[in-house]
Write a protein that binds this ligand. Structure first.
Ligand code: DGL
Length: 272
C-alpha cells in the first residue's frame, strides 16, 4: 500500500438526511476525504418513479466521480432501493470499472434479520420497492416484516420541524400500525429519520429496538474497507470535507451544523 494515500469517499443523499450517515463516518473514519452531495433542488426523491430516481442517482454518481471519488456511498435509501443495483451492474463496469458504489440497505437488513417481527418505515419509493423484506427474508425466512411509508416526514425535517408537536403527531400516526403489531425492531429506512430518533424510540417503547442506521452503515463501511485494501486510506491525518448542494443552502447549513455539531464551511452550489 502507498504511504500517505488519501481516499475520497462520496456520500450522496437527496438532501440533509445523508448527514445522519456522514456524522458516523466522520467519527469512525476521520482520515478519509469526504465529498457530500445533497440534491436539494430535486428533493424529495421518495415520491418519484424508479426511472426518475435512477436518472437523478446516475447524475449524482457522475458528479461525485468527477470530483475524484473512488468510492461512493448512496446514503439515500430511496436511491439505494431504486437505483443501486442497476448502477452497480449496468453502469459502473463500463464507465468506472475500478470504482465502487455502495448502498445502505443490506447492512440495515442484516442487523434487523435476527429479529422475529421487523418494522420498516421509509419513503413511498423505498417501501413500494419491498427491498427490505426481500433482503431480510434471504437472511431469515422466519422474520415477519411490517412496513409503512411516511411521506410527510422528509419535508418536515428539511423545514427544521423535527421535535415539534405537529411532527410528533404525524410520526405517531405512521408508527401506530407497526406498534400495534408489536414489532421488536424498527428500521429507520430513510436517512432523514434519525433526526427523530429519540421521538421514535419514545413512541415505540422499550420493547422495540431502534438502531441508529448511520452507525450501522459506518461499521459496514469500516468492514468493507478492511476487506478492500485498494480503498484503504493509509494517511492518518484528518481528511478534507467538501459539501455540494444543488439549491438553496440556508436550511442545510443551519440544520446540518446543529446536527453535526461542527461548522460547514466548505460548501458550494452546483448543477448536476
Ligand atoms: N433521505 C432519502 C432516503 O433515505 C430520501 C428522502 C426523499 O428525498 O424523499 O430515502
Amino acid at each position: 500500500m502507498l504511504k500517505n494515500k488519501k481516499i475520497n469517499i462520496g456520500v450522496f443523499d437527496s438532501g440533509l438526511g445523508g448527514l445522519t450517515v456522514l456524522k458516523h463516518f466522520l467519527k469512525e473514519l476521520p482520515q478519509y476525504n469526504y465529498y457530500y452531495l445533497g440534491d436539494t433542488a430535486r428533493l424529495p426523491y421518495g415520491g418519484h418513479s424508479k426511472e426518475v430516481i435512477y436518472r437523478y442517482a446516475k447524475e449524482a454518481v457522475d458528479f461525485l466521480f468527477d470530483q475524484g471519488c473512488q468510492l461512493i456511498v448512496l446514503a439515500c435509501n430511496t436511491a439505494s432501493a431504486q437505483a443501486l443495483r442497476r448502477l452497480q451492474q449496468d453502469y459502473l463496469p463500463n464507465k468506472y470499472p475500478d470504482r465502487r458504489i455502495l448502498g445502505v440497505i443490506i447492512s440495515l437488513a442484516e442487523k434487523a434479520s435476527t429479529h422475529k417481527k421487523v418494522g420498516v418505515i421509509g419513503t413511498r419509493a423505498t417501501i413500494s420497492s419491498n427491498v427490505y423484506e426481500q433482503e431480510i427474508k434471504k437472511l431469515n425466512s422466519k422474520s415477519k416484516i411490517y412496513q409503512n411509508s411516511a411521506p410527510l416526514l422528509v419535508p418536515l425535517i428539511e423545514e427544521g420541524m423535527a421535535g415539534k408537536d405537529v411532527t410528533n403527531k404525524i410520526l405517531k400516526k405512521y408508527l401506530s400500525p407497526l406498534k400495534k403489531e408489536n414489532v421488536d425492531t424498527l428500521i429507520l429506512g430513510c436517512t432523514h429519520y434519525p433526526f427523530l430518533l429519540n421521538d421514535v424510540r419514545r413512541i415505540m417503547g422499550k420493547n422495540c429496538d431502534v438502531s441508529d442506521p448511520g452507525l450501522i452503515v459506518a461499521y459496514s463501511l469500516n468492514a468493507y474497507l478492511d476487506r478492500h485494501p485498494e480503498f484503504k486510506c493509509s494517511d492518518k491525518k484528518l481528511g478534507e470535507r467538501h459539501f455540494f448542494l444543488t439549491d438553496r443552502p440556508e436550511n442545510f447549513i443551519l440544520l446540518g451544523e446543529k446536527f453535526l455539531g461542527e461548522k460547514i464551511n466548505n460548501w458550494q452550489i452546483v448543477s448536476l
